[in-house]
Design a protein around this ligand. Structure first.
Ligand code: CMP
Length: 140
């Protein structure tokens, strides 16, 4: 299996409830390493650009507003098969549908306030990582 990197975001609902450490423990518990991390306040422009692929969806404006409602922690996770394994530990987008033991099941409040984002493919991971980090900021 290949060592991969994926982009993760701990969303404002989770930073508001002081859950950064508990969520990172979930990643570390399955041998995903946090190889870059920063806590930032997204601007409306950044959120809009980051989620541009959803621009036509009904939830786009609410999503962008939510993502700017408080700090987020953006991070790069590294490990074997990291993209898929991160999506597994996150759980389904809607916490109601997420499996027991996943981050969204345990911490998510709604489909919007679902605590974490993770890249869904290697192409997305490359684009999303470079959106937030330079190569110098990622130390494996
Ligand atoms: P995320 O993985 O960050 O990617 C896009 C986000 O849109 C998604 O998680 C959800 O939090 C959010 N979202 C809000 N409403 C919906 C919806 N109705 N369907 C899918 N995603 C939604």
């Amino acid at each position: 299996m290949a060592i991969e990197r994926t982009l993760s975001i701990i969303k404002p609902d989770a930073t508001r409830r002081n859950l950064t450490g508990q969520i990172n423990a979930r990643f570390e518990g399955i041998d995903l390493r946090v190889v870059a991390q920063k806590r930032i306040q997204l601007t409306a422009e950044m959120a809009g650009q980051f989620y541009a692929e959803h621009a036509e969806r009904a939830f786009y404006l609410d999503l962008c507003e939510f993502m700017t409602s408080g700090p987020v922690v953006v991070q790069v996770l590294e490990g074997e098969n990291a993209i898929l394994r991160n999506r597994e530990i996150m759980g389904a987008t809607n916490p109601t549908n997420a499996e027991d033991g996943t981050i969204r099941k345990d911490f998510g409040e709604s489909v919007e306030a679902n605590s974490v984002h993770g890249s869904d493919s290697s192409e997305s991971a490359a684009r999303e990582i470079s959106f937030y980090f330079s190569e110098l900021e990622i130390v494996g």
